[in-house]
Ligand binder design. Structure first.
Ligand SMILES: Nc1ncnc2c1ncn2[C@@H]1O[C@H](COP(=O)(O)O)[C@@H](OP(=O)(O)O)[C@H]1O
Ligand SMILES: [Mg+2]
Length: 271
């Protein structure tokens, strides 16, 4: 019997595993930090990991929007279906060496993130979401182990998770109005994964992000039963090339109701 062709999810997982290995090699050496044109930091690891991912995804023939390629002026023509890649989300955390950084590969179809792989190189934790649901696992010697389904969990007082390096004053006010337990601060797309695994319920984002920061995490969270909405309460959409792929402010939450309630509150606070 012929072996079935790998799915796009399988291809993205293989790409993320090899990219994470490349990142780990560099992580254990002295890290040289370069400042991008927009002032944000980039390292040799960001670029090397994106090259690895490009090599894996190329064979699919599907266009890829990559953070480092865009920074180098390479923006492909994007159709209804494209990959969105942040090879190293949480570069500031990578530089601080606190382990809170991830490899992100998302697939966008008709403006919606339909598949996502998020992998934390130092722990080997992997989070995957697609039409088959959401699951987490652990990469050991380049192989997925401990694979188990994941899902969001409601709490009477939601736990909130926020950026470690990009905060906003309105966050505290939001916590007070919604009566949340504000206790977690984490770098990178791991915030979406904490929600997807039921460890937190709310991730309000009052500072800028780009599509590559959120596509994979949003796909994981939505496959786990959660939602990501912009401040008008609509699901966050992709393909904003005319805006340089910049996302508006958003709320990720364990349910659409909670996301929309928090979005309405954020709108009120920011007015
Ligand atoms: N002024 C800005 N404009 C666009 N994106 C920004 C930004 N400031 C931070 N970000 C995004 O926020 C991400 C970090 O998120 P967090 O604070 O949740 O860890 C960064 O990812 P990179 O580390 O991949 O550059 C970066 O893309
Ligand atoms: Mg990023």
């Amino acid at each position: 019997m012929a072996t079935p062709a790998p799915s796009l999810t399988d291809i993205a997982i293989a790409a993320a595993i090899e990219a994470a290995e490349t990142i780990c090699t560099i992580y254990h050496r002295p890290i040289q930090v370069i400042s991008k044109d927009d002032g944000s930091p980039v390292t040799e690891a960001d670029r090397a990991a994106e090259d690895v991912i490009i090599r894996h995804l190329e064979a699919t023939g599907i266009p890829m929007l990559g953070e480092e390629s865009v920074a180098a002026g390479i923006v492909p023509t994007l159709g209804d279906l494209y990959f969105v890649v942040d090879p190293l989300d949480g570069t500031k955390e990578f530089i601080k060496r606190n382990g809170e950084f991830t490899v992100n590969i998302g697939l966008v179809q008709n403006g919606r993130p339909v598949m996502g792989v998020v992998l934390a190189p130092t722990t080997g934790e992997i989070f995957v979401g697609d039409e088959g649901g959401a699951w987490s696992g652990k990469i050991v010697d380049g192989v997925v182990t401990e694979r188990r389904p994941i899902g969001v969990a409601a709490r009477p007082r939601p736990k909130i998770v926020a950026s470690r390096s990009h905060g906003h004053a309105a966050l505290e006010q939001l916590c007070r109005t919604l009566d949340v337990e504000a206790d977690l601060s984490v770098g990178s797309s791991l915030k979406f994964c904490l929600l997807a695994r039921g460890e937190a319920q709310l991730y309000p984002r009052f500072t800028p992000t780009c599509e590559w920061d959120t596509a994979a995490g949003q796909a994981v969270l939505e496959a786990a039963g959660g939602a990501v909405v912009t401040l008008d309460g609509a699901p966050m959409a992709y393909g904003k090339g005319s805006l340089k792929f910049l996302n508006p402010y958003f709320v990720a939450a364990a349910s659409l109701d909670l996301a929309q309630q928090a979005a309405a509150e954020m709108r009120r606070l920011l007015d």
